[in-house]
Design a protein. Structure first.
Lengths: 138, 648
């Protein structure tokens, strides 16, 4: 199972999707708690260049069941992805590419003048992209 | 002599006949059964029951819907006696209807001609598609008006000739939407007539073929009705909505049930609208401009957001001409009740539209080449006629209406709406252009813009395959002087090009000029800020034109600043900022921008507070409304209980 959550700079969720959907609350909690780790990494980055490598935060922390990956955008929007530990086939590159796709889709959403930053994301294109991505992995 | 409300057909007809006799100096107006019925229906539509006389505006709209030249309508109103008595009583109304029928049959407008047996007058009715379809083959060339008749609805699917366009549409439409209920159609008709009213002859000419088609699209009567009411208030609304509606119908009818195909008329309309937002057809319409524009359609924001997603194929936050056409078309479709597709239909893809858009827009020959000679030829005729007579139409309109006050009101409303914040639709006129700075500044969008620009820059940085920013986004500086001319031309063309309002006309599109202003100011913020703030009107517009940035990303960023600058203009801080320009030449730019930023922030805070207050008020009122409803229901049930047993 997997869950990917998209959080905004004010630390409230803009978008959360979980597949499969049981234990969703637990994943919400996980994503929220991982924000601390993300913040920690961001502050550690200091004057980070706007570089994709540095946008990708990598494995935030592994727990008993799952791993959490983080990614932050230029505008300090945090992407958090939670994957099953049993899913060992997932490589770092794949995670990076998934984050990149997320970022691209998020940018597309931003290009929509009817979207106000800070709103929850209801874009169907975004949903489709996330679904396909998660199906790919699970 | 006028009886009360023309409710029942029998008494109304009799009264009308008697009144007609009395009103026209002993002219006994023979009305057949069907005529009586129809006339009374029309009259009741134009004249809400308690009143004795039909409202001048609705009557005017109805007349215009008859698609007769304004001179004829003028004559008719004179002959029927409404001018003499000053209002449209049942007698005058019935006589006028009969005269309209006579005129449509080719008889001169005289009392004598109506003594004969005449076919029923036909109006470009928005109501029943069936009725609209009905036209005599002889009247194929667009001047068909069918008075909506409830009984005719059932026969709607029989016509195949000129209503051919609508024909294929109607079968497809029927599964989608149930036939419009009479009350809703009635409601729509006045609204559609209202549209015609604003645009007088121009709309009539254009509306004829389209309104017919449009009737089949009337799925959301109430919502369209709202739009209609709104449009009746503002000058520009009818044109836009009508032509949009018209195009919508036209397209679907043209291409055998494909609502996602854009017809030539629609494309032309869209291109005109595009031009009003962005004179250079090869350039983009920025996101904020487009947002303002489409927000005026009163569709909910999530739907607009989805439409944008569908149409902005390259996801660059701006619309090219084909993208704009697609988006506009989707808006029109949604307005007409179609569900938005999940993915962009093939016929709306930019590549597809690009090929189509390459055809000359104003090529009359192109119109004629289409398989629907009627609408196209009609339209070309109308265009030329309208363009010539557009200025004449307005005075004709007022006299025709016989309700000069209403026209004055409309004119006043037009000018006031132009000045107000763009909540209503504004016609694209030169006046609107002057109002743009005000309206535009009223809408703070700096927030989304900054994020957009940041994201956009980020996106560009991290996506090598992304195509480079498009060149010349807008016209160059040299064309700034031409802008006014273009706008005037656009105004003219727009007026002439807009057909009579189809029934559920879309609300008028936001004035284009507003969108133009901010983007252009961005380009040379320093240069333009002082002058634009100082003048705030047409001069700002010119500067905006001058300032049009060549590249999109730069433009966006500048826009953010400019938007921020312009936002506080409406607030008390405007004084602060306007005083700034006075000393601006001496102050460094940064000082100015920081002051403006502060001003912007205060303005944002104030707006947020106002929002919160209004939201609270709204919820309180909603609560009150609910309570009142409950009380009412309780009282009604009580009443029912107390009422003596009714007749079995």
């Amino acid at each position: 199972s997997r869950q990917c959550g998209l959080l905004c700079s004010q630390n409230y969720p803009l978008y959360i999707r979980s597949v499969p959907t049981e234990n969703e609350l637990k994943f919400h909690y996980t994503v929220h708690t991982s924000l601390d780790v993300v913040d920690e990494k961001i502050s550690a980055m200091g004057k980070a260049l706007v570089d994709q490598r540095e946008l990708y935060l990598g494995l935030l922390y592994p727990t008993e069941d799952y791993k959490v990956y983080g990614y932050v955008t230029n505008s300090k929007v945090k992407f958090v992805m939670v994957v099953d530990s049993s899913n060992t086939a997932l490589r770092d590159n794949e995670i990076r590419s998934m984050f990149r796709k997320l970022h691209n889709s998020y940018t597309d959403i931003m290009c929509n003048p009817f979207y106000n930053p800070g709103d929850r994301i209801h874009s169907r294109a975004f949903d489709t992209m996330v679904n396909s991505m998660m199906m790919q992995v699970c | 002599m006028e009886q009360g409300p023309a409710g029942g057909s029998g008494p109304a007809a009799a009264a009308a006949a008697a009144a007609a006799a009395a009103g026209t100096g002993c002219l006994l107006l023979p009305l057949s059964e069907t005529e009586q019925q129809r006339y009374s229906e029309l009259f009741s539509r134009c004249c809400p029951p308690p009143e004795a006389a039909a409202g001048g505006s609705s009557v005017g709209e109805l007349f215009r819907a008859s698609q007769l030249p304004p001179d004829t309508l003028h004559q008719i109103t004179e002959v029927c006696g409404a001018k003499r008595v000053g209002y449209f009583g049942p007698a005058q109304f019935y006589i006028a209807l009969k005269l309209i029928a006579a005129a449509q049959s080719g008889f001169p407008v005289r009392i004598e001609s109506i003594k004969n047996e005449l076919p029923l007058p036909r109006f470009m009715a928005l109501k029943n598609d069936t009725e609209v379809r009905y036209g005599t083959p002889a009247e194929f060339h667009g001047v068909k008006f069918q008075v909506p008749h409830a009984t005719l609805e059932k026969n709607s699917y029989k016509r195949t000739d000129e209503g051919d366009k609508q024909e294929p549409k109607s079968p497809s439409m029927s599964p989608i939407c149930s036939p419009p209920a009479s009350p809703s159609t009635y409601q729509r008709i006045p609204l559609s007539y209202g549209y015609g009213k604003a645009r007088s002859g121009l709309e009539q000419q254009h509306g004829a073929p389209y309104e017919v088609r449009h009737s089949t699209h009337q799925q959301d009567g109430p919502s369209s009705g709202n739009y209609g009411a709104k449009s009746a208030l503002t000058c520009s609304t009818p044109n836009r909505s009508l032509s949009v509606e018209r195009e919508q119908q036209d397209s679907s009818s043209q291409y055998s049930d494909d609502p996602w195909r854009i017809t030539e008329e629609q494309r032309d309309y869209y291109i005109n609208q595009f031009r009003s937002l962005q004179p250079d057809l090869n350039a983009f319409i920025s996101g904020s401009v487009a947002k303002n524009f489409f927000t005026k359609s009163k569709l909910p924001i999530p739907e607009l957001s989805h439409i944008w997603e569908l149409s902005d194929v390259d996801c660059d936050g701006a619309l090219t001409l084909p993208e704009f056409c697609a988006a506009f078309h989707l808006v029109v479709a949604r307005k007409n009740g179609y569900q938005l597709p999940e993915t962009l239909p093939e016929t709306l893809l930019p590549e597809y539209l690009q090929a189509a858009c390459l055809k000359p827009v104003r090529d009359c020959a192109l119109f004629d080449s289409y398989s629907e000679p009627l609408p196209s030829s009609q339209q070309t005729r109308d265009f030329s006629r309208a363009e010539k007579s557009s200025t004449e139409e307005v005075p004709d309109n007022s006299t025709l209406l016989q309700d000069g006050k209403k026209d004055d009101k409309q004119a006043v409303k037009v000018s006031t709406t132009l000045k107000t914040i763009p909540k209503e639709f504004q016609h694209l006129t030169v006046k609107a252009a002057a109002q743009e700075p005000n309206a535009l500044r009223a809408r703070p969008r700096s927030r989304s813009y900054s994020s957009t620009s940041i994201e956009d820059a980020m996106k560009k940085g991290e996506e090598p395959p992304t195509p480079p920013p498009r060149p010349q986004k807008s016209h160059s500086r040299a064309s700034s002087l031409d802008l006014n001319k273009i706008f005037q031309q656009n105004t003219q063309a727009v007026r002439s090009g807009w057909l009579p309002p189809p029934p559920p006309a879309l609300p008028p599109r936001p004035s284009v000029s507003q969108t133009e202003q901010p983007s252009e100011v961005e380009l040379h913020p320093q240069m333009n800020r002082p002058p634009s703030q100082a003048e705030e009107n047409s001069s700002a517009k010119k500067e905006v034109v001058l300032a049009q940035p060549p590249s999109k990303p730069a433009r966006r960023k500048l826009r953010t600043e400019a938007q921020g600058l312009e936002t506080p203009e409406l607030s008390p801080t405007i004084n602060v900022t306007s005083s700034l320009p006075a000393v601006k030449p001496h102050l460094p730019v940064q000082k100015q921008s920081s002051k403006q930023k502060r001003a912007i922030q205060t303005a944002i805070r104030k707006n947020k507070e106002a929002n919160a207050v209004l939201a609270r008020l709204n919820s309180e009122l909603q609560q009150q409304l609910k309570e009142v409803h409950k009380e009412r229901i309780a009282l009604e049930t009580q009443l029912e209980q107390l009422r003596p047993v009714t007749v079995l």
